[in-house]
Design a protein around this ligand. Structure first.
Ligand code: IPM
Ligand code: MN
Length: 359
């Protein structure tokens, strides 16, 4: 398999580095071959090439790089975000551009509380926090549609359109039903999360698609619906209720940060931007953590787990499991904490331990 590596900004490269250690060991152990190509796509490069930090003046990724990335089996991404560059430039220029151009229409976020990890939820354990969020990843409020009128006047108007298509909702919903069917859970339940009581157009498109598809093609899977605000409440009160969740882009963004916290924080939360028929991209959920950059203190486990998710989706289930098991061993047996600087070990030492347990 050919893997494109984008370390990106801040602590991204450090984290990815530790994931690559685990990859090397697990490939030798399980017996598969791979090659890596590193892409320097980052805020530092943008600035070095003379990009304006306040508005995008030159491309952050070249068109030719996007084309080249299409030819890989997967992309392994560290982090996006630079303290000297205005919000939006790198997010839109790198992360959203890759998601959209490579049509990675699913954002897959497994939420598991591993044994030995502390959750802020009282009286909840690993059996209670184990679900998957399937987030639509290419439309909704992220479409970029909208604009200003009378900008910088007292009459300023801004619109930000929630572009929802039946096609987009349907493919996310089908993917989620499939995830639910394959998942080894007792519940076999898919929950649609939206806000149909207020977003009566976009919500209705999702709701009808969900029920029609479920009724016709997935009668074996129980259907459930939650408003997004109620879902946030249940994540805290009754996370054991959930099995698989499907939701639109912005709601998925918000609820998965909450989900990350109940599973032990950004140090262990990983995700994949999936194009089931194209090239997918795997990343830790945490950002570039500028204040920890280069200090060798950031927790690499989410990045390593993202590598595991990548292996799983590339058909290397055994390797993926070996990586995940090694991470669990390190968490429960070795670390004093999961936050940056609190692990009792450096970033590189944690990566070495995982690699050692993998092998
Ligand atoms: C995420 C991030 C991104 C998003 C940002 C960095 C654009 O928060 O992957 O959840 O909003 O999708
Ligand atoms: Mn987010």
């Amino acid at each position: 398999m050919r893997i494109a590596v984008i370390g990106g900004d801040g602590t991204g490269p450090e984290v990815v580095n530790e994931g690559l250690k685990a990859l090397k060991v697990v490939a030798a152990k399980v017996g598969f071959e791979y090659s890596l190509k590193h892409f320097d796509i980052s805020g530092d490069r943008y600035l070095a090439r003379g990009g304006d930090p306040n508005r995008q003046t030159i491309p952050v990724i070249e068109d030719s790089e996007i084309e080249e990335l299409r030819s890989f089996d997967a992309i392994y991404l560290g982090a996006v975000g630079h303290p000297k560059i205005a919000p939006g430039i790198l997010e839109k220029g790198v992360l959203l551009r890759l998601r959209f151009d490579l049509d990675q229409y699913i954002n897959l976020r497994p939420v598991r509380l591993y044994p030995g990890v502390e959750t802020p939820l009282k009286d909840k354990g690993p059996n209670d926090i184990d679900f998957i969020v399937v987030r639509e990843n290419t439309e909704g409020l992220y479409s970029g549609a909208g604009g200003f009128q009378y900008k910088n006047t007292p009459q300023e108007v801004s619109t930000q359109l929630n572009v929802t298509t039946r096609f987009g909702a349907e493919r996310a919903i089908r993917y989620a039903f499939e995830v639910c069917r394959r998942r080894n859970s007792r519940k076999k339940m898919l929950t649609l999360v939206h806000k149909t009581n207020v977003l009566t157009f976009a919500g209705d498109t999702w709701f009808r698609a969900f029920n029609e598809i479920g009724q016709k093609d997935y009668p074996d899977i129980k259907r459930d619906y939650n408003h997004v605000d109620a879902c946030c409440m249940w994540f805290v009160k009754n996370p054991e209720f959930y099995d698989v969740i499907v939701t639109d882009n912005i709601f998925g963004d918000i609820i998965t940060d909450l989900a990350a916290v109940i599973q032990g924080g950004l140090g262990v939360a990983a995700g994949g931007n999936i194009n089931p028929k194209g090239v997918s991209m795997y990343e830790p959920m945490g950002g570039s953590a500028p204040k920890y950059t280069g200090k060798n203190v950031i927790n690499p486990l989410a990045g390593i787990l993202a590598g595991g998710l990548m292996l799983d989706n590339l058909g290397e289930g055994e390797a993926a499991k070996a990586v995940e098991d090694a991470v669990v061993k390190v968490i429960s047996g070795r670390l004093s904490g999961l936050a940056a600087g609190q692990m009792g070990y450096t970033t590189a030492q944690v990566g070495d331990m995982v690699a050692e347990y993998v092998g």
